[in-house]
Design a protein around this ligand. Sequence first.
Ligand SMILES: [Zn+2]
Length: 387
Amino acid sequence: MRNYDRRIPLYLNKNPYDINGTEDIFLGAVRQNLFYHILHNPEYARIVEAEMKLNGMSGKRLAAKAVEKIRKPCDISLIPPIPTALFKRRNIRTMDSRKMLIKATSSGTKGKRSEMGYDLDTIIFGAALTFRLGRFHGLFSAKPANYIMLGFEPHPSNKTVIAKTQRISSFFAPPLRKSYALKYTKSGYRLNAEGVLRSLCSFERSVFPVRIIGFPSYFYFLLKKLEASGKRLSLPKGSMVLLGGGWKSFEGIKVDADELRRLSKHILGTDGACVREFFGAAEHPCLYCSCKNGHFHVPIYSRVLIRDEKNLEPLSYGKEGLLNLITPIAESIPLLSVMTDDIAVLREGKDCGCGIQTPYFEIVKRVGLPEIVTCAQSAYDLVGFGG
Ligand SMILES: [Zn+2]
């Protein structure tokens, strides 16, 4: 019989930003997760053995010695961060794939994919943290809404994480009508830009709020298209914009959260705080929801480290480096500490002013790996949206 699951109290905690009050719980869950992966995943154990300088050890002894090194919160940086590129090249599962109830891929049809699998516990914890964060940020509403989905219409052939999360977001308020920017047809996905614009104008006249869900780049293109045609809308009270999936290959035209909110207010008549962005990754099944000032604060379920690009040493607040994400959520795959391709900077919570005290991070840019072609880019190639 397995020991008590130390992740449980983390997800039972009511305040998703009470980092000080949950520090010991988080550390306990990290230690347990590290122990589990070393014991059940020989490939991961070899990485730990080398990176944590525990040469010659294996099995329970290696697991115990590695966990012994993680005593204080700052010791978490000693856990070797696994580059997301490694998950794309190799299959380093800890659990038998039959136990993985949800399989997902990190990017679309052209990019290199991470084949991720989540077991039942991970799915339950993921749902719990989504609920806690959604409730904290006021994203749930009992009032039905009309949806503009700036992404893919669901289809069994589309297994990307972003398609799944966009679909989940479309149930935060009961859906009345949904209009998709990328409709699935017999010949694959097809752009429905005119249909989306028509729906938006018709939804504007409804008494029910509108919810716009999708990639930030698509939302920007939509706003620009409306601006170019001289349209000014006034969406019903309570309307909301929920964005996710990042800018990725559209980094070149990226506008910051403030500019997006300003444009949205100007063209759609939305309150600035109603534009929220999510951050997450297939290799890091934790969720970050931007605060009313547009910042990704770190919730109690994860930690964020910024590491020097050359020597991987952890950096202090305000310094740019590689984004290292840590969460003990999964036992199916060693996602405990992953190194992304993003260059980011971490800032102190008090610098934001929204009231959330935990640090927040800003993505500065992606490291230019040519093979990274994202789902947003594939969709864009498909149809030339926004032209
Ligand atoms: Zn904030």
